[in-house]
Design a protein around this ligand. Structure first.
Ligand code: ADP
Length: 319
C-alpha cells in the first residue's frame, strides 16, 4: 500500500472534516501518499482528485460540513459509473479508499470492493447514528446538541405563551436524535419511527394535565414517524388546545462539531488507515465501549436496532 484516497459522501455531518484531517495526517505519518476526492462518488467518476498534505487539512478540525464537498451520485449505482470510478482509481494508482458517510456511502464502498476489487474502508459519518458496529457515528452528537439548543429556545416561548409545541427533528428511519433531545430537552412526549404511538392517549394526558394546571408541552416528532403539522392539527382537534409547529430542518446538519464528534472522528480516521495498512478491505470502523471496533461493511449497513424502552419510558415519567 503506497497511496490511498479519501472521500466524503451522502449527507454531510459535523466532524467529517476532523475525520479527513485524521486520515491525511495519520497516513502521511505512516509514509503513505494521500489524495482527496471531491464530491463523493461523483468526483470519483469525474476524476476530481487532488493530492493532500499535512497543511492542506489545517484549521478544519473545528469546522462543520466537509472541505472535500459531498454529493449524491445516481450514476454510481450503474455498472458504467462503477467502472469509471474504478478507472480513476487505477489511473491515479490508488491502492485503497476510505469513504466517510452513511449507509448509502457504505453500499457504494461494498460495490467498489466486491465488483472492482478495491480495498475500501468505511468511516461512519452521519447524524442519524444508524450504522451497525458502532455506538457513535460522526456528527450525531453535534446534531443532538444543535437540536437541543433550538428546543431550549422554543421552550421559552412554549412556557411564556402557554402553548403546545410540536417540534420535528431529523430522522427518516431513526429515532436516535428525537429520543436524545426529548430526554435531554425535557419534552413531554416523542414520536419515533421505531415505535407505534397512541395519539388519543397522548391527548387524554394533555387534557388531564391541563385541568391540573399544566400549560405548555413540547412534543418531539422524528421526521420519519409522522408529519408534525398533521400531529399538531390532531392535537388541537382532540384537546381544543392551541398548538404551534417548529421544523428544525437543516440547521441540525451544520455547525461546529462537539468535542465528542471530533474525538471520535480523529480516532476512526486513524483506525481506517490502520486497516488499509494491514491489507484489509470491505470493513467499517466504529467505537464500542471506547474501543475501536471493526465489522464487515455488509454488517454495518444492516438495520441497526436501538433499544428504545428505557429512554422512552423515562421521558414519559418526567412530565
Ligand atoms: P448516506 O451515505 O448519507 O446514506 P446516500 O444514501 O445518499 O447517503 O448515499 C450516498 C451515495 O452512495 C449515493 O448517492 C450513491 O452514489 C451511493 N450509493 C448509495 N446506495 C448505493 C448502492 N446500493 N450501490 C452503490 N452505490 C450506492
Amino acid at each position: 500500500m503506497k497511496k490511498i484516497a479519501v472521500l466524503t459522501s451522502g449527507g454531510d455531518a459535523p466532524g467529517m472534516n476532523a475525520a479527513v484531517r485524521s486520515v491525511v495526517r495519520y497516513a502521511i505519518h505512516n509514509k503513505l501518499e494521500v489524495s482527496g476526492i471531491c464530491r463523493g462518488y461523483t468526483g470519483l467518476i469525474n476524476e476530481e482528485i487532488k493530492p493532500l498534505d499535512r497543511r492542506s487539512v489545517s484549521n478544519i478540525i473545528n469546522r462543520g460540513g466537509t472541505m472535500l464537498k459531498t454529493a449524491r451520485c445516481p450514476e454510481f449505482l450503474t455498472d458504467e459509473g462503477l467502472q469509471k470510478a474504478k478507472a480513476t482509481l487505477k489511473k491515479n494508482e490508488i491502492d485503497g479508499l476510505i469513504v466517510i458517510g452513511g449507509d448509502g456511502t457504505y453500499r457504494g464502498a461494498i460495490a467498489l470492493s466486491k465488483k472492482c476489487g478495491i480495498p475500501c474502508i468505511g468511516v461512519p459519518g452521519t447524524i442519524d447514528n444508524d450504522l451497525n458496529g458502532t455506538e457513535a457515528t460522526i456528527g450525531s452528537d453535534t446534531a443532538v446538541n444543535t437540536a437541543l439548543e433550538a428546543i431550549d429556545k422554543i421552550r421559552d416561548t412554549a412556557t411564556s405563551m402557554e402553548r403546545i409545541f410540536v417540534v420535528e427533528v431529523m430522522g427518516r428511519e431513526s429515532g436516535y436524535i428525537a429520543m436524545r433531545v426529548a430526554l435531554g430537552g425535557g419534552a413531554e412526549d416523542v414520536l419515533i419511527p421505531e415505535r407505534k404511538f397512541d395519539i388519543k392517549k397522548m391527548c387524554q394526558d394533555m387534557v388531564e394535565g391541563n385541568t391540573r394546571g399544566k400549560i405548555s408541552w413540547i412534543i418531539i416528532v422524528a421526521e420519519g414517524a409522522a408529519n408534525a403539522e398533521a400531529i399538531a392539527k390532531k392535537i388541537t382537534d382532540l384537546t381544543s388546545l392551541e398548538t404551534r409547529v417548529a421544523v428544525l430542518g437543516h440547521i441540525q446538519r451544520g455547525g461546529i462539531p462537539t468535542a465528542e464528534d471530533r474525538i471520535v472522528a480523529t480516532r476512526l480516521g486513524a483506525a481506517a488507515v490502520d486497516l488499509l495498512l494491514k491489507g484489509q478491505g470491505s470493513k467499517a470502523v466504529g467505537i464500542i465501549s471506547d474501543n475501536i471496533n471493526v465489522v464487515d461493511l455488509d454488517v454495518a449497513v444492516q438495520k441497526k436496532k436501538i433499544p428504545t424502552d428505557v429512554i422512552y419510558n423515562l421521558i414519559r415519567v418526567m412530565t
